[in-house]
Design a protein. Sequence first.
Length: 405
Amino acid sequence: MAAESERRRDDLAALRIDRSAPAVRERPRWWGPAWIGAASALFLLLCFFAWRATLGRVADVNVAYAQVSGQGGAATPAAVLTGSGYVVTGDRYISLGVRVPGRIEAYLVEEGERVVKGQPLVRLDARPFRASLAEARAGLAEARAQVALAEKELKRQGELRAHEAASQSAFDVKQTQLEVARASVDRLAARVAQLDLDLDDTVLRAPTGGIVLEKLKEVSEIAVPGGFAGSGELIRIANTDELRAELDINESDLSKVKQDQPAEIAPDAYPDRRYAARVVKLYPQINRQKGTLKVEVRILQPDEWLRPDMSVRVTFFAGEPAAGAVSAAPQVLAPREALRRDDSGDYAWVVTEGRLRRQTLTTAGSAADGRVVVSRGLAGGEALVMGEAADLSEGQRVHASGPAQ
């Protein structure tokens, strides 16, 4: 009986409502549609960003224009030979050292800086030279005082000799002392001039205009004149007033090169830049080991883009175009950097109204200036994408920059 009562009491306790428990709030009816709408908006936003990063991306490209040549203009001389070389200076490189020894106090220029003739380059510690110069000047002043005294004594001795109050030997001694004092003045004056020159040489100056290539020692090192294997050199400069291209020509090609022959220089670093040049030097001796002859080509109008030891491509022309001669037929020329190739053949990216278009090309060799002759695919005037274009695609929007047409 007691067990039955206990069971009923437990059942009634289970049916009792606990007023202290927190009430369960029901979600509103709009919760589900709002969640679906937010997820859809997020999906669309991600799709938009993916489109902007791929097809919708506006890429910055550098362009150059296809050009038409040969329409009534002067005929371009034919290229007979091309070769690779380096830019050198007409005066070669000038390694400068000091004439007097001393501690390097300061370099007054930096590598790559252009200098003019007479500009200070290096300054040595001049204190020892100033002290020696001051000492020599004091000695010179003393010697001049001794000359003045010897002149007075000789004058008095001459007056005594005139009155037969002094012997001839005493007069000769005073005269000799004066000559010795004057010789001492000359010697000390030369010493002062030498020390003055040494003091001036503590500042190393540029013997010619040019560009600083290299500093060969550090501040506080001891600079000495001369030395072995260039150990006394402090700085190296190059005179860039006259630049040349130096290259080796094979013996079999010597008949294609002659003195004063026109040529053209194209730096490897800036292939779009061209410089007119002429052959100015054919070395007199063949290199037996390499079977080549060294040739120098003078660049007629160098600029700041050209630097010593820069790699260049040299094209030799057959000769000057005849007066009044015109090119035979028009040609469409495209920069070599715009030409691309894949399994389907040659092509180029053409920018039309801010979008890319892949244009298949047929080429017909190279022109004298290094550009590609296009026989089919371009009419001239098209904006062609230069340089790397691995991430470009058909119809992509681009922002073109480059030289004006």
